[in-house]
Design a protein around this ligand. Structure first.
Ligand code: MLT
Length: 322
């Protein structure tokens, strides 16, 4: 009996190709938690386009916005775990929201499986060109003279630009109004039009507009200046030390087969090892993780550490959405 069973299972494994051998056999849905034209959408398109070449199938971008990405992550968590739904997100959507939103319908750390860590970027403290301040000290003085009156952009409670704003408030002791958008792509349009006047935004979104002279930068939220923006001083040089960077990642619904996760991870690594992709990302101020840091187990540990770190920060600041 045992011999026949062993032979039968051998025959079956020889006959049916491993799942990943035929995967992907159709386009893959890539859920993006913010509006088109913002930093997460940009990351999805830059990295996704090169991943598609590696996989031989296109990604279909699905910008699902709302609640700083919580709607999108819920959609990903409920998707079929067949490898045809992938979610891009960041420290806000897949870490901070787990502390901030009290009624999430999913568990961020167990209902999604990490596929690969993606690049991270520091943030720029930026304003519309019409604001009278020319230095970070002058910006802080202006905000102090107009407490909670200056409209500032975020992509909702828990978004990267909200975490950036919280870090700015803690470092400077001043605040601005948090005007929520469906992403910092649309928020940047309003900043350039002076509809809002200040924002702490990922360098990948704000640096091109600073370089085009369309908005003003006061500082970068990093230990050192960025090679992509050597003229922008650090917040510390401006008198207000603050460090916050927004890392991105890819996830799939729990239950997605490990060999499919491995296949997607391999394509993500190939994408970030491509010199043209690396150049494009570095020009936007992005720091690219190593293949070892991108491995699913390493990324899962990193996400858990970040979850604990941000939980402490956000609970201490009593940031929550009931
Ligand atoms: C975006 O892509 O719009 C940003 O990631 C929003 C944010 O997190 O600030």
């Amino acid at each position: 009996m045992l011999r026949r069973t062993v032979l039968a299972s051998m025959a079956a494994s020889l006959a049916a190709p491993a799942l990943a051998d035929t995967y992907p056999s159709k386009p893959i849905n890539l859920i993006v938690p913010f509006a088109a034209g913002g930093p997460t959408d940009l990351m999805a398109r830059i990295v996704g386009e090169r991943m598609a070449k590696e996989l031989g199938q296109q990604f279909i971008i699905d910008n699902t916005t709302g609640a700083a990405g919580s709607i999108a992550v819920g959609k990903a968590a409920r998707a079929a775990p067949d490898g045809y739904t992938v979610q891009i997100g960041h420290v806000g959507t897949n870490v901070a929201n787990g502390t901030i939103y009290k009624n999430l319908t999913y568990d961020l750390l167990t209902d999604l499986v990490p596929i690969a860590r993606l690049p991270q970027n520091p943030m720029l403290i930026v304003s519309s060109n019409q604001l009278p301040a020319k230095t970070l000290k002058e910006l802080v003085a202006y905000l102090k003279a107009n407490p909670d009156k200056v409209p500032g952009g975020t992509a909702g409670m828990g978004s990267g630009s909200h975490l950036g704003a919280l870090a700015f408030f803690a470092a400077t002791g001043v605040t601005y109004q948090l005007v929520p958008y469906r992403g910092t792509g649309p928020a940047m349009q309003d900043l350039m039009a002076n509809q809002i006047q200040v924002m702490v935004d990922q360098s990948s979104n704000s640096l091109p507009q600073v370089q085009a002279g369309k908005v003003r930068a006061y500082g970068i939220t990093a230990k050192a200046r960025s090679a992509a923006a050597p003229d922008i001083p650090t917040a510390a040089e401006g008198g207000f030390p603050m460090e916050v960077s927004i890392w991105h990642g890819l996830w799939a619904p729990k239950g997605t087969p490990a060999d499919i996760v491995a296949r997607l991870n391999k394509a993500a690594i190939a994408s970030l090892q491509d010199p043209a992709i690396r150049k494009r990302l570095e020009e936007l101020g992005q720091d690219i993780p190593t293949p070892a840091e991108m491995a699913p187990p390493a990324f899962a540990s990193f996400q858990k550490e970040e979850y604990a770190r941000w939980k402490k920060i956000l609970e201490a600041a009593n940031v929550k959405v009931e």
